[in-house]
Design a protein around this ligand. Structure first.
Ligand code: GLU
Length: 379
């Protein structure tokens, strides 16, 4: 039996409303959630990091506030999200708490996932929670999102979250077991596709527009999510989650569609830097530079304390922290002699030494791979 999840170490799982909330009564499906929590605890015990994107706030809030119109006007659906989100996070905290797993709640809107400053901050919070062994539970901040600036569906939100945390897999658990050559409700001859190597216009055409009754996202938004995820190097699985133990079922051979991750140009370049190039030297940096590199910034000479080796411009060098541990690797924009001259200096001083048109960074972030746990594995 092939465990579909075996290759992956950091997984974002999107749970649709139709799974968490009973369509008839509007009540939380407690037992189903408890069994899902068992599956998640088992996965986590194997060292897999899990980020949950959970829908269900609006569906639960409707019930709590007694709103039963089929389609709620925006103000009521935002009020429903507000009331329902409390119940939703409580349910998650309880379900995972039963396995001594702590949950953290994060509510996002597109301006947070798209604006670099907020993006970095949200990413740091999620990474910190994961580092502490907690499971982040994420939803859209529906109660304050504006009509124009909102994802509106958690398929695409979860794809952004997965790429933000550099998950190697995104699982969309919903009431469909994958992609078919045509929407199966309309075409009984439709065939299930176990693997999609690339999302082509043909694949998009197969998605049609079928949506389930409680969640907003039909197959179309799932394919859009697939584009976001796979282009950033995150694989995606669409699987049916309605039965008890949905993740266990998936691991035991349950039917699903896998969308293979595309390797981006940046990833290919980083893999090349990491795997192919021989190191021509080493630079040692101070604690401030270590933080800057982890924040995704370039290495500036001011943070460099020592330069070793006879590297030339364009050569691969190792970057070591004050304790001498390698924290990153990249291509030097300056040769060793110039680097030695400008180490510890700010940009103005460097212009005085090397002239105005010299690049002020020693290793540009696009030419650098920071050795987080994930990337060491990939390298
Ligand atoms: N964020 C919405 C909620 O929690 C769900 C959106 C969706 O189902 O895609 O109710």
């Amino acid at each position: 039996m092939i465990d579909a999840l075996a290759p992956y170490r950091r997984i974002t799982i999107k749970i649709g409303s139709a799974l968490l909330v009973d369509g008839q009564s509007g009540k939380l499906r407690h037992e189903w959630l408890a069994l899902l929590a068992e599956d998640l605890a088992a996965l986590k015990a194997e060292g897999v990091q899990i980020v949950i994107v959970s829908s269900g706030a609006v569906a639960m809030g409707r019930k709590l506030l007694g709103l039963d119109a089929k389609v709620l006007p925006l103000d009521q659906s935002q009020a429903a999200a507000s009331a329902g989100q409390i119940a939703l996070s409580e349910a998650w905290a309880r379900a995972l708490g039963a396995h001594s797993i702590v949950t953290g709640q994060i509510l996002l809107t597109p301006n947070i996932t798209e604006e670099r400053r907020y993006f970095l901050n949200a990413r740091t919070t999620i990474n910190t929670l994961l580092g502490l062994g907690a499971v982040p539970i994420i939803n859209e901040n529906d109660s304050v999102a504006t009509a124009e600036i909102r994802y509106g569906d958690n398929d695409r939100l979860s794809a952004r979250v997965a790429t933000m945390v550099e998950a190697d897999l995104l699982i969309l658990l919903s009431d469909v077991d994958g992609l078919y050559t045509a929407p199966p409700s309309k075409d009984p001859a439709a065939k299930h596709l176990p693997l999609v190597a690339a999302i082509t216009p043909e694949i998009e055409a197969m998605a049609g527009g079928a949506a389930s009754h409680l969640s907003r996202g039909g197959m179309t938004t799932k394919i859009e999510a697939g584009k976001i995820a796979t282009q950033a190097g995150t694989a995606m699985i669409i699987a049916k989650g309605t039965e008890p133990h949905p993740i266990r079922l998936l691991r035991e051979g349950g039917r699903h569609t896998l969308f293979a991750a595309a390797e981006s140009r940046a990833q290919a370049r980083k893999r090349w830097i990491m795997g192919t190039l021989a190191l021509a030297g080493t630079v040692h940096v101070d604690a401030g530079a270590v933080r800057a590199l982890h924040d995704g910034k370039s290495l500036l000479p001011i943070g460099v304390t020592r330069v070793d080796g006879g590297f030339g411009r364009g050569d691969a060098i190792a970057i070591c922290d004050p304790q001498g541990g390698e924290i990153a690797r990249g291509l030097a924009s300056l040769g060793h002699a110039e680097a030695d001259l400008v180490k510890g200096r700010n940009s103005a001083a460097i212009a005085g030494i090397l002239g105005d048109d010299t690049r002020t960074e020693l290793v540009h972030r696009d030419n650098m791979i920071v050795l987080s746990a994930l990337e060491v594995k990939a390298g």
